[in-house]
Ligand binder design. Structure first.
Ligand code: CAA
Length: 259
């Protein structure tokens, strides 16, 4: 991977996008690196939670690469959109939870990348927006869909039609992020949250992610059936037996085994 550094810290991994000369903008190479990073994380069963961030103090990701997009044809634009969407769906449906630690500009494809993660927290210096309409395009990596689902269609339409950026406090107010931290404290907070997640029973956590994500795509009758099946499957795990056994025996559970 040319533009992503993946570090493992126990059961937590931190992926940092590093393309400093373009504020970590997503060109084809960075999208391919993201794809490769997700394959590596999927294959490593020790990793139970992932933190995704951008290098430097200025940007999480300043968008898709405007230079690369500027000469695209209709077919090329569709293909570039598909390339981003495929990677972002892989991220969204990764078995383990992903926390976006948004350390600065998260514009266009950067905001869309953060929205493909399970949880977003940000630095007080972060800036979010979908500037595409101001560039003559629509959001291309799922922004019209995920922003509307996260903050509601009214606010999503306002942000996308006006192409106006918002600061961290407004992102918190509209529910685009869960929490805002002083910039120097962001990574510690993200890693602490990831470690807390990693201490819970991994199979159960992954089932929770699947239930929430897949349940939101169907009606409530079908959604509760998805939950029932996943709930049931937990009773085949050693971690369920240990977790409930420890409670009944009034002791702390042993570290979960992911079994
Ligand atoms: N694509 C390519 N290069 C980018 C970039 C992007 N999205 N964002 C920043 N850069 C480059 C700049 O061109 C500049 O390079 P040079 O030094 O070679 O000139 C370098 O990063 C530093 O950027 P600035 O000098 O502009 O830094 P700044 O502090 O003055 O401004 C900024 C920061 C407000 C983020 C500004 O860079 C900016 O507005 N960037 C573009 C943001 C944007 O419109 N993003 C959406 C892209 S469209 C999209 O993402 C479509 C989609 O949904 C898939």
């Amino acid at each position: 991977m040319t533009n992503i550094v993946l570090e493992k810290k126990g059961h937590v991994a931190v992926a940092t996008i590093q393309r400093p000369k373009a504020l970590n903008a997503l060109n084809s190479q960075v999208l391919e690196d993201l794809n490769e990073m997700l394959d590596q994380v999927s294959a490593d069963k020790e990793i139970r939670a992932l933190v995704l961030t951008g290098s430097g103090e200025k940007a999480f990701v300043a968008g898709a690469d405007i230079g690369e997009m500027s000469t695209l044809t209709k077919a090329g634009g569709e293909a570039f959109g598909k390339k981003g969407n495929d990677v972002f769906r892989k991220l969204e449906t990764l078995a383990i939870p992903v926390i976006a630690a948004v350390n600065g500009f998260a514009l266009g494809g950067g905001c869309e990348l953060a929205m493909s993660c399970d949880i977003r927290i940000c630095a007080d210096t972060a800036v979010f927006g979908q500037p595409e309409a101001g560039l003559g395009i629509t959001p291309g990596f799922g922004g019209t869909q995920r922003l509307a689902r996260l903050v509601g269609p009214g606010m999503a339409k306002q942000m996308i039609y006006t192409a106006r950026n918002i600061k961290a406090d407004e992102a918190l107010r509209i529910g685009l992020v869960n929490a805002v931290y002083p910039a120097a404290e962001l990574m510690a907070a993200a890693e602490k949250m990831a470690e807390t997640i990693a201490q819970n029973a991994p199979i159960a956590v992954q089932a929770c992610k699947k239930a929430i994500n897949e349940g939101l795509d169907v009606d409530m009758d079908a959604a509760v059936v998805i939950e029932e099946k996943l709930f049931g499957s937990c009773f085949e795990t050693a971690d369920q037996r240990e977790g409930m056994g420890a409670f009944l025996e009034k002791r702390k559970h042993e570290p979960y085994q992911n079994k």
